[in-house]
Design a protein around this ligand. Structure first.
Ligand code: TXA
Ligand code: MG
Length: 338
């Protein structure tokens, strides 16, 4: 018989938190909100629990997980020190951006199972700012390994219901903290290289990190160099964050192009094109024109379009600055042929 879907419980309810902590200690899977997207959490130092994450997501073993800790103080429990310059960068980044949507890649402590890091000597670590994530980390007293709580390759979840829709029967408990305020995944920076390298644009804009470090990050944008260069980070697969419906990223505003034939939906940035535009469905990401608003709405809008049985989704480009870099990156990946 099919397993029933996991219960959804209020994330800050003390009894729900106690149950979540108990489940994590017992090797279970708990989905929880962060400021970026919902995570699929397991005890990070328990290899069998981490293995359940890969199984639940259908995630290949070569795609490493992010380890979440409640505060900078706990970092040495999962990561080893860097060289002198690396420690200076780490200090600046953690002081400025933790807790928050920044993940750093550091040398791995041996107590973190190799499986969590897909066999690498490194570990990706983040201190989430969301009160529910903080409460869970503190209630359990454990570092929590958590990828986004979606089937591998699909759009990340930004509500508890998104998690339940797809992974409901594969997790033990879903904590509901409402919609994720940032809406795109954390920015990932590796400090194992000099200068540090941007591995994934995300919730902290690249420019802000560069300003904090006083240097330009190394970066190989997937959407320019994916063909010429091998992938430079495990898990940075080009086709990712993708709805089931084919998606095409437009070169300019939708107003300037005729809707393609068929049942086509539009993911618009700031406004819907005028009447008679020919789209079956239109989602506007940010009527206020702010990239923060667009990021917060991106994944839920993609899911709504994906539920409409369309032949194609076309997406308007957003300005490639601030959070626009992460949005563009996700739309580009969603448009990559599978
Ligand atoms: O915002 C987020 O980061 C969310 C929330 C739940 O924290 N998590 C998330 O995890 O997006 P996930 O699994 O969807 O993405 C993790 C990515 C991997 O695909 C890989 O690209 C990178 O992080 N990563 C993890 N460990 C790494 C490592 N040791 N070296 C290089 N990249 C790593
Ligand atoms: Mg993911």
């Amino acid at each position: 018989m099919a397993r029933p879907a996991a219960p959804i419980r209020p994330a800050l309810d003390p009894e729900a938190l106690a149950e979540a902590a108990r489940l994590l200690h017992a090797g279970g899977l708990v989905a929880f909100p962060t400021e970026t997207v919902y995570g699929l959490g397991a005890h990070a130092l328990d290899a069998r629990a981490a293995a359940r994450i890969f199984a639940a997501k259908g995630r290949p073993a070569h795609d490493p997980l992010i380890v979440h800790i409640p505060a900078r103080d706990q970092l040495s429990e999962v990561a080893r020190p860097l060289e002198v310059a690396g420690e200076r960068w780490l200090e600046r980044l953690t002081q400025r951006f933790w807790p928050g949507p920044l993940t750093v890649v550091l040398p791995r402590q041996p107590c973190v199972p190799a499986l969590v890091s897909a066999g690498l000597d490194s570990v990706a670590v983040r201190v989430p700012a969301h009160p529910a994530a903080q409460a869970l980390l503190r209630a359990s007293g454990l570092p929590i390994a958590a990828p986004s709580a979606n089937p591998f390759g699909y759009v990340s979840p930004t509500t508890a219901q998104h998690v339940r829709d797809q992974l409901g029967a594969r997790v033990d408990l879903i904590l509901d903290g409402g919609a994720c305020p940032v809406g795109v995944e954390s920015t990932i920076v590796t400090l194992l290289e000099s200068p540090p390298r941007l591995l994934r644009p995300g919730g902290v804009p690249r420019e802000v990190i560069e300003e904090a470090l006083g240097l330009a990050l190394a970066w190989t944008p997937q959407f320019r160099a994916s063909i010429e260069r091998p992938l430079d980070a495990p898990g940075q697969l080009e086709s990712h964050y993708a709805p089931a419906t084919p998606l095409r990223l437009l070169a300019g505003p939708a107003e300037a192009v005729v809707a393609p034939a068929g049942r086509v939906g539009l993911l618009a940035f700031q406004r819907s094109p005028g009447d008679g535009h020919g789209y079956v469905a239109v989602e506007v990401l940010a009527q206020d024109g702010r990239l923060e608003t667009a990021a917060a709405h991106l994944f839920a809008a993609l899911r709504r379009l994906d539920a409409q049985g369309l032949d194609l989704i076309v997406a308007e480009p957003v300005p490639i600055q601030g959070l626009g870099l992460a949005i563009h990156d996700r739309l580009h990946r969603a448009s990559a042929r599978r």
